[in-house]
Design a protein around this ligand. Structure first.
Ligand SMILES: Cc1ncc(C[n+]2csc(CCOP(=O)(O)OP(=O)(O)O)c2C)c(N)n1
Ligand SMILES: [Mg+2]
Length: 355
């Protein structure tokens, strides 16, 4: 398996049947992302997943709504909080979970881990540990599509913290200047690690800030997946019609800590509890049950099917092997400067002897 080989056909969503209303698919997708990440947290606590782990719990409506407006050929660039984006773009739960475990069956042979999910064949271009780092990549992808005459859109997700970075300004400026087919999606969860938005931004209305670059920009309730889907659909249609880049701010909230190492001293529990009242999954579930689109029995089936996919992914990752040590230098751009080759030189230098 290489990055160019899709890990599965991105077709089926557990809990969704052909013929079900599209809202049911949105619910099933949000549920998959939520349950997958809840399992990741458990596995992290158990020591099966290591390194960094940033979960998207509470924010699922943003990626789910936006991606419902995309076609398979469109590209997605995301941040280190990207497990859901990868799954929604069509990567298999197995390939994502195995990557989190650092196993060779992961989408990047276990070399990237949680923050570096990637699969060229599904046009999921990461996963990026650098705040704002995905923005220039999105511009490059969109420029390549433009030059090659391909009718594609690139959706670029980033946190509101990235809007204080130079990459944001450079990328949005070029995209607007060249009218590139990019949908900028700011996942405004109000905090960048422990820094609240108003402590770091002079202009806290992010759509206003983006609009300074002469592109259509507006805000949407990021807890309401239907509102996000509708806004994204409008933006993507306009982009495809040659309308240039668009900017969408989704107002959302992360229910859990920034990462697994965060005592959350910068916000009140009451604020978190208040946002949980607008849990995007509960909002849609309530709506669908209330209007008779879904019965409680359907929900139980959906939960069971989602759980089966998560169980399967975890078992697959658990049983998969680590990469063979002999393959360590595979994909190293310059083997002469690889860690293995340099190790004796470094050891000699440290001891002050000739190698
Ligand atoms: C260029 C850079 N600066 C700082 C960091 C450290 N850092 C990691 S996450 C983060 C907060 C980013 O917040 P935001 O963009 O709002 O995304 P969120 O975590 O809220 O999804 C920071 C400052 C980094 N990874 N990259
Ligand atoms: Mg944030």
């Amino acid at each position: 398996m290489t990055a160019d080989t899709p890990t599965q056909a991105p077709a089926s969503t557990p809990g969704f049947r052909d013929g079900d209303p599209p809202e049911v698919r949105l619910l099933a997708q949000m549920l998959l992302v939520r349950r997958f990440e809840e399992r990741c947290v458990e596995l992290y606590s158990a020591g099966s997943i290591r390194g960094f782990l940033h979960v998207y719990v509470g924010e699922e409506a943003v990626a789910t709504g936006v991606m419902s407006a995309l076609e398979p050929d469109d590209a997605v660039v995301a941040t280190y909080r990207e497990h859901g984006h990868a799954l929604l773009k069509g990567m298999s739960a197995r390939a994502v979970m195995a990557e989190m475990y650092g196993k060779v069956t992961g989408c990047a042979r276990g070399r990237g881990g949680s923050m570096h999910l990637f699969e060229a064949a599904t046009r999921f271009y990461g996963g990026n540990a650098i705040v704002g780092g995905g923005l220039p990549l999105a511009i490059g992808l969109a420029l390549a599509d433009r030059l090659a005459g391909r009718d594609r859109v690139t959706a670029c997700f980033f946190g509101e913290g990235a809007m204080a970075e130079g990459e944001f300004h450079e990328s949005v400026n070029l995209a607007a200047l060249w009218r590139l087919p990019v949908l900028f999606v700011c996942e405004n969860n109000l905090y960048a690690m422990g820094t609240a938005l108003a402590r770091s931004e002079s202009e806290t209305n992010l759509a206003v800030k983006a609009a300074a670059y002469e592109l259509p920009a507006w805000s949407v309730d990021g807890m309401d997946v239907l509102a996000v889907a509708e806004a994204a659909d409008r933006a993507v249609q306009a982009i495809r019609a040659g309308g240039g880049p668009h900017f969408l701010e989704a107002r959302t909230f992360r229910f859990r800590a920034h990462s697994m190492f965060d005592p959350e001293r910068y916000r009140e529990k009451a604020e978190v509890e208040q946002w949980k009242q607008r849990d995007p999954i509960e909002l849609l579930r309530g709506r669908l049950v209330g209007q008779g689109t879904l019965a409680e029995a359907d929900l139980a089936v959906m939960e069971a099917e989602v759980a089966a996919v998560v169980d399967d992914a975890a078992a697959f990752a658990e049983e998969s092997p680590l990469e063979d040590l002999a393959d360590l230098e595979l994909y190293v751009h310059d083997p002469a400067s690889s860690v293995l080759r340099r190790a004796p030189l470094l050891a000699a230098a440290r001891e002050g002897v000739a190698p």
